[in-house]
Design a protein around this ligand. Structure first.
Ligand SMILES: NC(=O)c1ccc[n+]([C@@H]2O[C@H](COP(=O)([O-])OP(=O)(O)OC[C@H]3O[C@@H](n4cnc5c(N)ncnc54)[C@H](O)[C@@H]3O)[C@@H](O)[C@H]2O)c1
Length: 248
């Protein structure tokens, strides 16, 4: 029997990468799945493969994440687990960063996560459920050219701890995973930046395997553990799944 048997889980960002791997792992663990993403086509493929209900939304549009979460909860009639994985990266020299890009990255990675948590909150409280958010190593160490992304992910860590403290007495657990480098579309889509200073970003080549990164499946189990009964006494925590990047 899977560790998430009988649980209903909503996974955002499930059309690709880490979110898709988390959804697949949760299905293996017996969860009933609701999946959400901006990429409706990719989402439909994942949903049909997993027997999940699909909810297209755009986290960049104010209120759309809340609409999506409310629709998912209404469809399922309950929610035990919310996993926020959807996210976007923007690489730029800070001196040249446009305010519109700052606001878009903050909205997609942080504000929409808060909106999703808020909309799902009544159902999660009713179920004495779990939230697992997605931060990044960028939240805990300086990474050049990543200002809005890093600020948003640090905000996700703060949001996670705040909600954990606010709702612990009501049985809701809230944790976050900080993946290190994972081989996904986000990581592959980062074009080289003109005039970037070599070696300025923290890329410790001394760590075996770090340059290549991990497959999304390598971090999916961390989400499953945090969502499951073996983590029943774990809340307000940031779990780094980074192959040792932050250790040395
Ligand atoms: N890949 C890495 O190295 C890495 C490292 C640390 C953290 N992360 C985080 O992991 C999460 C998943 O990223 P990934 O690496 O799997 O990349 P990915 O690009 O494969 O997945 C991101 C998903 O989010 C969706 N998305 C993007 N913008 C959206 C929007 N406006 N509305 C709704 N959905 C949207 C995309 O369609 C995609 O399916 C992100 O939050 C990312 O910041 C990734």
């Amino acid at each position: 029997m899977g560790t998430l048997e009988g649980k209903t889980a909503l996974v955002t960002g499930a059309a690709s990468g880490i979110g898709r791997a988390v959804a697949a792992r949760f299905a293996t663990e017996g969860a009933r799945l609701l999946v959400a993403d901006r990429n409706a086509e990719g989402l439909a493929l994942v949903a049909s493969g997993l027997g999940a209900r699909a909810f297209a939304y755009d986290a960049a549009i104010p209120g759309d994440a809340a609409r999506m979460a409310a629709a998912a909860v209404a469809t399922a009639g309950r929610l035990d687990i919310l996993v926020n994985v959807a996210g976007a990266y923007h690489r730029a020299h800070f001196a040249l960063l446009a305010t519109a890009d700052w606001e878009r990255i903050l909205r997609v990675n942080l504000t929409a996560v808060a909106e999703t948590c808020q909309a799902a909150l009544p159902a999660l409280l009713a179920a004495r459920g779990v939230i697992v958010n997605t931060a990044s190593t960028a939240a805990v160490a300086g990474i050049a050219y990543a200002a809005p992304y890093a600020a948003a992910k640090a905000g996700v860590v703060a949001l996670t701890r705040t909600l954990a403290a606010e709702f612990a007495h009501e049985g809701l657990r809230v944790n976050a995973v900080a993946p290190g480098r994972v081989r996904t579309a986000i990581a592959a889509g980062l074009a080289p930046l003109a005039d970037a200073r070599e070696g300025l970003a923290r890329h410790p080549a001394k760590l075996a395997g770090f340059a290549e990164g991990a497959e999304p499946e390598a971090v999916a189990g961390v989400y499953a553990w945090l969502a499951g009964p073996d983590a029943s006494y774990v809340t307000g925590q940031l779990v780094l799944a980074d192959g040792g990047w932050s250790a040395g």
